[in-house]
Structure formats: structure tokens, C-alpha cells
Design a protein around this ligand. Structure first.
Ligand code: ADP
Ligand code: MG
Length: 475
């Protein structure tokens, strides 16, 4: 494309992003800039797109099954908890709250995102991970999809605009939150067996200096404008300091007298979010309350890489899903290994990772990007012999050799990078259930495509590596 034409396209894309709320905070006094995004959408094979959507209800069910199996979580995370104070503390609260000594809210709301890459050559859809806490971009995904459709509609090839998949997660996620609030109001949602009630607000539990505010505020606005449900934003510290937890009925009451019906976490997944002891108190207080949690602590623990390492084990999956669900799940699983095991298959994979650094990646129990270990660092760690603590902390996963495209990434109104790119397709799944009977909701409700330059290994939009993108799917 001629330079002049590309410049005009960049200007148009930039203007669209700013006028349609495709924004993140710069971190300075409410100043906003656009979220990084690609100039063009990326073509995703229809079969991969459909497969990713079909996987969502199966993963939702798997997470719910594992989360409600406390002995499984305790056993799977035992080693991690010995090596990692953060995980140990999350597990301690989980065990204390769910040990049966107080009535706990059986309803749990999951808003997950399962992320996949597409393998070069085979076009196999392979899972990278599933996120079960603070899943971002349910609103901004819709905005970037509309941006790409708009730009294509004005291009010389306008019929391609209709092939851009528009995620409905911006609408569907607030609907799931509304359903959770309605459930909390009903007598079925009262762990103390009380009468149905009215009211109840959604507490967005957030970081004090949150950057992804446009994404979150859009959900809050929809909750109010479409469903008439109020929301408040509180930090974990404020939850400890400014709320009251009734020891009679476990209502969590805010200073204005309103009661929390749903606690929706957009923080709490990283040790940095627990910057004072009060933050831990806030987390525990919310967990003990009768509000529905998104996620509950057991759901949160399923985001741990050690739990997801068990996805490679068919016998484990069989405990939680039906045979037909198992077949669907198996199709996207990339082999993963527990490094604390000395099984022959694990030792063989370690040897292979040392011989061929491109064959594997290593991941610790952390969320939010920037922690992947690969290449020379991985080889060095593995060949020096891992410490006991590292064996408990890391998993080894076969590396997905992804398809590559050509694209440009826009940052701060200009092209920040151009060249070979790698897409990661996420599908949002929502689940509302109480651990028995059919769930009230179990569905895939939209997608998020993130694209990074092919020469980067890790990912994450907020960590400055990936950009928002849209799937273009041919009929
Ligand atoms: P987190 O998002 O919790 O940091 P991920 O498992 O998503 O952890 O890994 C971070 C990034 O590393 C991914 O977005 C992806 O780009 C890359 N990655 C992770 N696992 C693999 C894998 N098996 N093969 C290739 N790339 C991977
Ligand atoms: Mg990830």
C-alpha cells in the first residue's frame, strides 16, 4: 500500500478508536489513549473459529468440576503452595471458607477466556491456557471488531467487512452478571435459606491505578442502562476497611447501605494486588460473604498452571466431563508436564527441551504476562538442574508453532511495529451454576483475538506485547 494511503488509513483508524471508546488509561490522571490494535483483521479458518466456540461450554464445565473438588485442588497445588506464599495464602482462605463450618454461597459465576493458537501446517487449534479471573476485553473486543469492519467497508474490497466477526461479549457478559444478581435475590441464592429480596449491587473489585478502565466502565454502563443494576468500584483495601460483613446472614454491606450481590474481580490475581495486609482481609471478607463471586476462590485457583497441566491427563478429565465432552477437549490439548515428577515421559521432555529450545516453554504460577521462560534461559534453568522450589513452581509445555501473518500494530496513533505476526484466539465462556443440577448458564459468548509480533515469545496487551485484533472468517 502506498505510504500516503496507509497514512490516511492510520488516521482513520486512530479517529475511530478514540471516538468509539477503544481506550486504555495512560496511568496519568485519567488521561486516555487508544488500546494497541492491528491495522488489519487476521484471517482465521472457519473450522478453528467454530471449534473454539464449541470448546467453551466443555471448558466451563471442566473448571466448575475441578473447582468444586477441593481435595483435587489441594493435592494438585500442594507442591506449589509449599514453594509459593501467594498460592499458599489463596489456598488457606479457600480451605477455611469452604471447610463446611459456615454457610457458603453455592452459586458461582465464571467469566472465563480460553486462549488458543493455530498450528502452522496443520491448522490445528491448540490451547495456550484458560483464564478464570479478571478476564479482560469483553467490552473492547466488540469495539475493535467494529473498527475493523468499518475500515474494510470503506476499502476497495468492502464485502470483506461482513466477514469480520463481531464479539457480543460486551452485551452477553453484563447479561450473565444480571442473571447472577437475580439468582442472588431469589431464595435459591440465599445460603441461609432466607426470603427472596430486592436490590443488591455489583462490586467491581479493582486495582487502585487500573489502566483498563474503559473496558470495565462499559460493562458497568450496560449493567445500569440495560438492566437497571447498580455497580460500585472498590479496591481490596476498601473492601476490608469500608464494608461490613454480617455474622448472622453473611450480607456484605457498603457504606451507603447497599448490599453486594455479585463481587466481580478485575484484580486479585497477582501478589502486587495484595500490597497491604488489609487487601488479604478484603479478599477473605468477600469470600465469606453471601454474594456470588466471579470468580470464587476455587474458580480462581483453576487459573493456576499446575491445575491446567492436569488438562493433559485424560483420566483426570474423565472425572469431570462426559465422554463426548472429553473428545472435544482432547482435540486442543498441548502436552504439559509437572516438573516435580520424575516419570520417564517428563524426563524425556526435559531432555528434548534442552536439545531443542524451540520445542517447549516453561511457565510459573503467575498471571498477567511477562513470566514465560523460553529459549536460552529455559535451557540454562533445565540443564543446571531445577531447585526443588522451581520444580514445584513451573510447568513445561510443548511449544505451539503458530501460523504467521503480516500486519502492523498501532500504538499512540502511529504504527509501532510492522512485519510477521502471530494471533491468539480467545473465547469468552460464561457459567452460572450451584454445583448440582443443570447450570443456569453454560455458553461461549464472544471472542477476543490478540496479535503479537512473531519475534516475541510472551503475550498480553496490558503488558505491552500484544494488540487487539479481529478474526476475519470466510463463509
Ligand atoms: P499468562 O497469560 O498467564 O502470562 P500464558 O500461558 O498465556 O500465561 O502465556 C503467555 C504467552 O506466552 C501467551 O500469550 C503465548 O503468546 C505464549 N505461550 C504460552 N504458552 C505457549 C505455548 N505452549 N506455545 C507457544 N507460545 C506459548
Ligand atoms: Mg495468557
Amino acid at each position: 500500500m502506498a505510504d500516503k494511503q496507509q497514512q490516511l488509513l492510520v488516521q482513520e483508524a486512530y479517529a475511530y478508536a478514540l471516538t468509539h471508546g477503544l481506550l486504555i488509561s495512560t496511568g496519568l490522571d485519567f488521561q486516555m489513549t487508544h488500546a494497541p490494535f492491528t491495522l488489519y483483521p487476521t484471517e482465521i479458518p472457519r473450522s478453528c473459529f467454530s471449534q473454539a466456540m464449541a470448546l467453551a461450554p466443555c471448558f466451563n464445565k471442566l473448571v466448575d468440576g475441578m473447582a468444586r473438588d477441593l481435595p483435587f485442588l489441594q493435592e494438585t497445588l500442594k507442591g506449589v503452595c509449599e514453594a509459593d506464599d501467594f498460592m499458599a495464602r489463596l489456598m488457606k482462605i479457600t480451605t477455611e471458607v469452604y471447610d463446611g463450618s459456615q454457610p457458603t454461597q453455592p452459586w458461582m459465576l465464571g467469566i472465563h477466556r480460553s486462549d488458543y493458537m493455530i498450528e502452522a501446517g496443520t491448522s490445528r487449534l491448540l490451547q495456550v491456557e484458560i483464564n478464570t479471573i479478571s478476564v479482560a476485553f469483553t467490552a473492547l473486543s466488540n469495539a475493535v471488531n467494529r473498527l475493523h469492519a468499518y475500515l474494510l467497508s470503506k476499502s476497495p474490497d468492502p464485502q470483506r467487512a461482513d466477514m469480520v466477526q463481531i464479539s457480543q461479549s460486551n452485551v452477553q457478559v453484563p447479561m450473565a452478571m444480571r442473571d447472577a444478581v437475580h439468582t442472588w435475590r431469589s431464595s435459591a441464592g440465599r445460603p441461609d435459606g432466607g426470603e427472596p429480596r430486592t436490590g443488591g449491587v455489583v462490586a467491581f473489585v479493582v486495582q487502585p491505578n487500573e489502566r483498563n478502565v474503559a473496558d470495565q466502565r462499559t460493562l458497568e454502563q450496560t449493567l445500569w442502562s440495560v438492566h437497571g443494576i447498580r455497580s460500585v468500584r472498590i479496591t481490596l483495601e476498601e473492601a476490608a476497611r469500608d464494608t461490613t460483613l454480617s455474622m448472622e446472614n453473611y450480607d456484605l454491606t457498603l457504606p451507603d447501605g447497599s448490599v453486594v450481590a455479585l463481587a466481580y474481580y478485575r484484580c486479585g490475581y497477582t501478589p502486587a494486588d495484595y500490597y497491604t495486609e488489609d487487601c488479604w482481609k478484603g479478599r477473605e471478607k468477600i469470600e465469606r460473604a453471601n454474594c456470588i463471586k466471579c470468580p470464587s476462590l476455587p474458580y480462581h485457583l483453576c487459573t493456576a498452571k499446575k491445575v491446567q497441566e492436569r488438562f493433559s491427563n485424560e483420566a483426570v478429565l474423565q472425572r469431570y466431563v462426559t465422554e463426548s465432552e472429553l473428545q472435544i477437549l482432547k482435540g486442543c490439548m498441548m502436552p504439559q508436564h509437572d516438573l516435580s515428577s520424575s516419570a520417564p515421559a517428563v524426563l524425556e521432555s526435559i531432555a528434548r527441551a534442552i536439545r531443542d529450545p524451540e520445542s517447549h516453554v516453561m511457565k510459573p504460577q503467575r498471571e498477567g504476562g511477562g513470566t514465560l521462560v523460553h529459549g536460552a534461559t529455559m535451557v540454562q534453568m533445565l540443564s543446571n538442574g531445577l531447585s526443588d522450589a522451581d520444580k514445584k513452581e513451573y510447568i513445561l509445555m510443548e511449544k505451539i508453532q503458530s501460523v504467521q501473518f503480516e500486519n502492523s500494530i498501532l500504538r499512540n496513533g502511529a504504527i509501532g511495529a510492522s512485519g510477521k505476526t502471530v494471533p491468539e484466539l480467545g473465547v469468552f465462556g460464561v457459567f452460572l451454576g450451584k454445583g448440582e443440577g443443570a447450570p443456569q448458564i453454560n455458553a461461549g459468548v464472544g471472542h477476543l483475538l490478540r496479535t503479537k509480533m512473531a519475534d516475541t515469545q510472551d503475550g498480553g496487551v496490558c503488558s505491552g506485547i500484544s494488540a487487539l485484533d479481529s478474526p476475519l472468517v470466510r463463509p
